[in-house]
Write a protein that binds this ligand. Structure first.
Ligand code: ZN
Length: 67
């Protein structure tokens, strides 16, 4: 998985890749409603943080598909 170059939407600082983590969906109610079809309790995400303002950005972690 590549580390993306992404920039904070608030101050245009380059965001720092922290790593991946698993979110327990029951604790993140704002996700439900959109993604509940393909969630079974936890979601693996890549996390980026803006070192200036602390903004966090999550991306769904995707495993490489094999044909
Ligand atoms: Zn920022």
């Amino acid at each position: 998985m590549k580390v993306r170059e992404i920039y904070c939407p608030y101050d245009s600082f380059q965001m720092r890749y922290i790593g991946t983590d698993r979110l327990q969906m029951g604790k993140y109610g704002f996700f439900t409603g959109h993604l509940d079809n393909f969630l079974s309790g936890a979601l693996t995400v890549s996390i980026y943080e803006c070192p200036r303002c602390g903004k966090l950005e999550f991306f769904r972690f995707r495993k490489a598909k094999k044909k």
